[in-house]
Unconditional design. Structure first.
Length: 121
């Protein structure tokens, strides 16, 4: 295997070259040790932070922006989206509020990144 990837562990954005096989990856182009960790992770089990929106019952603001509480394996994103698409918010919330817990029993929560306000009564 021979692959070029950009390290996104810091703003410098080193261009990493990854070669070799799973147990014996050779990574070059990194300016620091974090690049080795990033390159291995990206090749062996890429992680992504999922940000999206969920439905609401609000008459005006029908979608609420949300994110997961941590990065998850890239290949599991479709499964997370299936669960997230079932969520419908019907209460006031502010950024940081937990909207759903332990998605897919992975101890990953769904966090609001926007606010929504329902009049009382
Ligand atoms: S290898 Fe190190 S210096 Fe280069 S982008 Fe990654 S974290 Fe930044």
């Amino acid at each position: 295997m021979h692959k070029n990837i950009t390290c996104i562990a810091c703003p410098r954005g080193c261009l990493l070259t990854v070669s070799g096989e799973a147990e014996d990856l050779i990574i070059s182009g990194n300016e620091c040790r974090k690049g080795i960790e990033y390159g291995r992770q990206e090749i062996l089990e890429p992680l992504r932070m999922l940000t999206t929106t969920v439905r609401t019952t609000h008459p005006v603001y029908t979608r609420l922006p949300v994110r997961l509480s941590r990065e998850v394996p890239l290949e599991q994103i479709p499964e997370f989206m299936k669960v997230i698409n079932q969520v419908c918010v019907s209460r006031t919330c502010i950024p940081g509020d937990v909207m759903a817990v332990n998605l897919l029993e992975s101890e990953v929560d769904l966090i609001a990144t926007g606010e929504l306000y329902y009049e009382k009564g």
